[in-house]
Write a protein that binds this ligand. Structure first.
Ligand SMILES: C[S@@+](CC[C@H](N)C(=O)[O-])C[C@H]1O[C@@H](n2cnc3c(N)ncnc32)[C@H](O)[C@@H]1O
Length: 340
């Protein structure tokens, strides 16, 4: 019997049979960079703005972008292209560091990105990155970290474990670290309700703090400030969501929404300043995603370009619409000043 956390870790990251060792992009779900390059375009503008802020403060360059959970480098490539087009002064001196746990994806990304930019470095662990100033970036990394799972039964909080057969059973908490979270959520959960606790996200944030000398953490993910409300994990397969967590091990994505309360709280403890926390739709609209909508116009009546343009606009709408990704996803920016 293993904790649900260990089961999820193996189901997602076993080097041969884990979901991420063979995920085919867009087959089970779309991530924002897979949907439209305008997402990367707005991020590139935000990053250029943050580099300008660091420079105005006198932080010595060159600055780095450290993208964590970068997969095959699609977002990195589009950010680099946008920066080169709109902010060549920042693009020139930039170091782009990709951090990806899957070796094949990491190798693929370093090869592709090195053709676009000279200063690309790849690591499989954030722990190995040298401390630097700039922007640490992640999209849908935190939701892919393995979570402990708590369940309320007979008025008490238990942890969920998985047997060899895939059957789930309840037992005591596997680590004392979970005790304050279990106590915090207990009054908010009804009998049988579950809540995912992402201790890995807290560890990740501590490493980010150690590696970011000065600058910003910009992390995008689906989730909200849960305030103790139930947060059961779910699976994605061929764009279908279900809650059968231990069926089809390695064939389905398993994920839990990000509890931004946890990240913001831990961030503050580590000395980060909360710069902003907002829905993705607002972030993209205020960041000028409209420019990509107008950019796509063209073609005569009912011509091919018009169809392409229509599809393209529909994808941008998916990114910003409140009933699509616009509200479900959040953008958190934490700021770290240089230590005195
Ligand atoms: C849901 S995918 C998102 C990929 C990409 N960021 C995107 O938006 O298309 C999560 C990625 O994070 C990677 N990952 C998970 N844990 C990681 C870790 N601790 N360090 C680096 N990469 C990690 C996975 O291998 C996977 O490629």
């Amino acid at each position: 019997m293993q904790t649900f956390r260990d089961y999820m870790e193996a189901a997602l990251y076993d080097p041969e049979r884990g979901y991420y060792s063979r995920r085919i992009p867009t087959e089970d779900f779309y991530t924002a960079p897979e949907l439209h390059p305008a997402f990367a375009g707005v991020l590139a503008r935000k990053i250029a703005e943050k580099f300008a802020a660091l420079s105005a403060r006198g932080t010595p360059g060159p600055y780095s972008i450290v993208e964590m959970g970068s997969s095959s480098g699609l977002l990195a490539a589009d950010v680099l292209k946008s920066l080169k087009r709109e902010n060549p002064e920042w693009a020139r001196a930039l170091r782009y560091i990709v951090v990806e746990r899957s070796r094949p994806r990491l190798l693929e990304s370093v090869v592709t990105l090195s053709a676009l930019h000279e200063g690309v470095i790849g690591y499989s662990r954030l722990e190995d990155v040298l401390p630097c100033a700039g922007v640490f970036l992640s999209n849908e990394l935190v939701d892919a970290l393995p979570v402990h799972l708590l369940e309320k039964r007979d008025g008490r909080m238990y942890e969920v474990y998985v047997e060899e057969s895939g059957r789930t059973v309840l037992s005591d908490l596997s680590t004392r670290e979970l005790a304050p979270m279990a106590e915090g959520v207990a009054p908010h959960l009804a009998e049988g309700e579950r809540h995912a606790v992402n201790l890995e996200a807290l560890r990740w944030l501590r490493v980010v703090e150690a590696k970011l000398k000065e600058g910003f953490l910009l992390t995008i993910d689906y989730g909200k400030r849960f305030g103790g409300a139930p947060n059961p994990p779910r699976t994605y397969h061929r764009h279908t969501i279900d809650s059968r967590l231990t069926e089809g091990k390695g064939l389905k994505d398993i994920t839990a929404s990000v509890d931004f309360d946890l990240l913001i709280g831990e961030g503050r403890k580590l000395g980060f300043k909360l710069h902003s926390y907002e829905p993705l739709g607002r972030f993209l609209v205020e960041g000028g995603i409209g420019d990509w909508i107008n950019d796509d116009e063209g073609g005569g009546p009912h011509g091919r370009e018009e169809v392409a343009s229509y599809r393209s606009r529909a994808k941008i709408k998916t990114l910003i619409h409140p009933e699509a990704m616009g509200e479900a996803f959040k953008v958190l920016i934490l700021e770290k000043a240089a230590s005195a």
